[in-house]
Design a protein around this ligand. Sequence first.
Ligand SMILES: [Zn+2]
Length: 200
Amino acid sequence: MSCVILGCRSHSSRNENNTENISFHRFPTEVTMKEKWIKAVSRKNWEWKKHHRVCSKHFNKDCFINFNHKWPRLKSNAIPSLNLLSELDVFASTSDTPLQSIQMPLGQQHIKVLTRQVSLLRKYIERLEKVARRRLFKINSLQQKTQRLKKQNIKLYTRIFNLQKNEKIERENLLESLENITKIIIKNDGSHEMNENECI
Ligand SMILES: [Zn+2]
């Protein structure tokens, strides 16, 4: 079971355990009241059918005889008045439905509603543009930072390379001097032994 109000997403299958406490209501049988409901629904190219329902989201609390009951009933003079084509519905529907495809009679009242919705959408777009600009600025500064860090990295690598090169040279020099010293010691020891032999 779904709700006949434009933009309303209430559906009994989405809410099987009725956790949202949504009830669905038949149109009144009394002709004048039924006409008032049809006017409140205000859909273009739409005809009332017996199976049509309006969900409880569109009624004031005091429209109900037993509001807190699991299956609340409406008073005979209740008329849908809440969440009728709200701003939220327009935001939700603009993502997948073009504005001109929203059905409604173009009375003075609806032109007012449309104008308000257009100005709300403009504000929404302005907000999105602001966010986009902020993000672009952030991306730019991050890119600059990345460039700076890359340069620093190159410098550090060069420094490490130079240090390793110097260390290698120093080690080689050290080994060479050690070798030289060893040679001298061996040579000295040899001549010392020879001297001792001569004495005997
Ligand atoms: Zn509804």
